[in-house]
Ligand binder design. Structure first.
Ligand code: GLN
Length: 553
């Protein structure tokens, strides 16, 4: 095969994992995106999930973490959220790929005689579909570099086809493609020193696919010392300067700054045969990231949720975007958030327990599905409404706020959602009509009301004031909505629907007037999905401001 001399086309960086999963490959990928954009390059980020689900929408958040929804409505992995947040821009559906998607396309093509009577095989057909998808994503939006994270760890059966696709792209464009291996270096407590051997094995395993890493990001509890750097360099055939130390950090937002200390962006430009660009401009990011460390005032936020049975680690993953959105708005107000997880079920079994909410500056009920803890959440909402504690309801949190108001203020005592009680006599929250058909057919995958929809705000409302404009677009993921038959009664009782779809059919925001409550607002959409480090979300900021004002009351 003819090898091109000069790298000329689009550049690709493939990020693969060595030794074990869960060591922060996604954050390294997002950080590469950040530091290369800071050099003035137009960068795209892509995630490959090697499981057979067609999207992340059918997975339980306790198994897989939060489902992150793009503008297009595609339900993706939480890494895509980190990518958007680090890059500060929206990504498209072509930037996410699962094996389910890839196989579905290949099988549908086969069914349509698209392979002209040939055998259809994993190699070349499935692999070539992967290559095509990667190239297709690279063509969109005039980007110059695509960083592709291949999910899983080297040696997994499931990601082998993706590594082979990357190998092929490299083979055809040797000067335009590099591989970054994010590996783990354990420091066993009985030995007390960092071990490089598992990483050496991981590199050999990668070599057995015909791939040589250009960089190794050495994740560990400790920084990598010179001796081990040299050892890895010799055993893995990697330039010692290309072995980047990445010890554990308190805040993920420090990672781009830390890897830049080793001049990672400069070395990557060189390895990709790109001309030297402007120095990485990370000033704004540095200021933002610094907020995580300074020990100023705090704001105490309670999140009343339900995914409590599987331990804290998974819990924070299930609500990742909510936590990050709170941080950005708190940092923007020069405070640090102190987030507490409050178990909705405990407010159900012991209704008196809700009085602990008086110690919080603000309370959030996030998105959710199903019956678990729902009456506990409603008890909590009643308490914060009656005690004028700032409240922010996200999707389910807005629906439950509406039910609480209906039951206890508007006198609609039997108010409920048909999600929990299909025969309720007062279906204040009911299934969207087009959704009912889908659910009846068990058509669950990718079938909710998903992605970006426009919303119009009522002049003078809290929402309008927060956004500073009348037309907004926000991301959705729901099947149920406020029942139009109850709107008049709810409004008469004082609830304000300050955001609606442009045709006024769907209620997007419910709020109480300032004179009645300092901040009681719920959105049918998920504002947390659009909150960005350098562009905090206006509703979260309004909520944090109200929480700070409430402090000490
Ligand atoms: N379960 C509710 C619905 O489907 C809320 C969904 C959510 O909070 N994302 O409408």
């Amino acid at each position: 095969m003819a090898r091109k001399k000069e790298g000329s086309g689009h550049k690709y960086i493939f990020v693969v994992g060595g030794v074990m999963s869960g060591v922060g490959k996604g954050i390294v990928t997002a950080s590469l995106g950040k530091i290369l954009s800071a050099r003035g390059l137009k960068v795209n980020l892509m995630k490959i999930d090697p499981y057979l689900n067609v999207d992340a929408g059918t997975m339980n958040p306790t198994e897989h973490g939060e489902v992150f929804v793009l503008d297009s409505g595609l339900e993706t992995d939480q890494d895509m959220g980190n990518y958007e947040r680090f890059l500060n821009r929206d990504l498209g559906p072509e930037d996410y790929m699962t094996s389910g998607m890839v196989y579905k396309t290949v099988i549908e093509r086969e069914r349509n005689l698209g392979y002209g009577g040939k055998f259809v095989e994993a190699i070349p057909h499935v692999r070539d579909e992967i290559v095509e998808r990667i190239h297709a994503a690279a063509k969109i939006g005039g980007t110059e570099v695509t960083v592709v994270e291949i999910g899983g760890t080297i040696g997994d059966f499931q990601n082998a086809l993706y590594i082979d696709a990357a190998r092929l792209i490299h083979l055809k464009n040797p000067n335009d493609v590099i591989f970054v291996m994010v590996s783990y270096l354990p420091v066993p407590s009985t030995i007390g020193e960092m071990k490089t051997r598992p990483t050496q094995h991981a590199v050999r395993e990668l070599n057995s696919y015909g791939v040589q890493p250009d960089f190794i990001v050495a994740r560990s509890t400790h920084p990598l010392d010179q001796k081990r750097k040299e050892k890895l360099a010799i055993w893995c055939n990697v330039d010692p300067d290309h072995i980047i130390s990445a010890p554990d950090v308190d805040s993920i937002y420090d990672v781009p700054l830390n890897v830049e200390r080793d001049n990672l962006s400069g070395l990557v430009l060189e390895a990709l045969n790109l001309e030297e660009k402007q120095p990485a401009d990370l000033q704004e990011w540095k200021e933002f990231a610094g907020h995580a460390h300074n020990g100023k005032k705090t704001v105490k936020i309670g999140i009343v949720g339900k995914y409590f049975d599987t331990g804290d680690f998974v819990l924070s993953d299930a609500y990742l975007s909510v936590i990050e959105a709170i941080k950005y708005s708190a940092f923007d107000q020069d405070v640090k958030p102190e987030i507490h997880w409050l178990n909705a079920k405990s407010y159900q079994t012991d209704p008196e327990k809700v009085s602990e909410l008086k110690d919080y500056d603000g309370v959030i009920v996030p998105g959710g599905f199903g019956e678990s803890g729902i009456e506990g959440k409603i008890n909590a909402i009643r308490y914060v409404r009656e005690h004028k504690i700032p409240y922010f309801g996200l999707c389910y949190g807005m629906q439950l706020m509406t039910i609480e108001y209906a039951r206890h203020v508007a006198g609609i005592h039997g108010a409920h959602t048909t999600e929990i009680d299909p025969d309720t006599k007062d279906p204040v929250i009911m299934i969207l009509p087009e959704q009912a058909e889908k659910v009846a057919k068990k058509d669950y995958g990718g079938s909710m009301r998903l992605g970006a929809y426009p919303c119009e705000l009522q002049k003078g409302s809290i929402a309008h004031e927060a956004y500073g404009k009348k037309e907004i677009s926000e991301r959705h993921r729901h099947r149920y909505e406020v029942n139009p038959d109850y709107i008049e009664r709810l409004e008469k009782a004082g609830l304000v629907f300050s955001g609606t779809s442009p045709d006024k059919h769907l209620m997007e925001i419910a709020e109480l007037p300032r004179e009645v409550h300092p901040f009681m607002l719920g959105s049918q959409f998920h504002p947390e999905l659009k909150a960005r480090p350098l562009d905090p979300h206006p509703l979260f900021t309004a909520f944090i401001k109200a929480s700070l004002e409430h402090q000490g009351h």
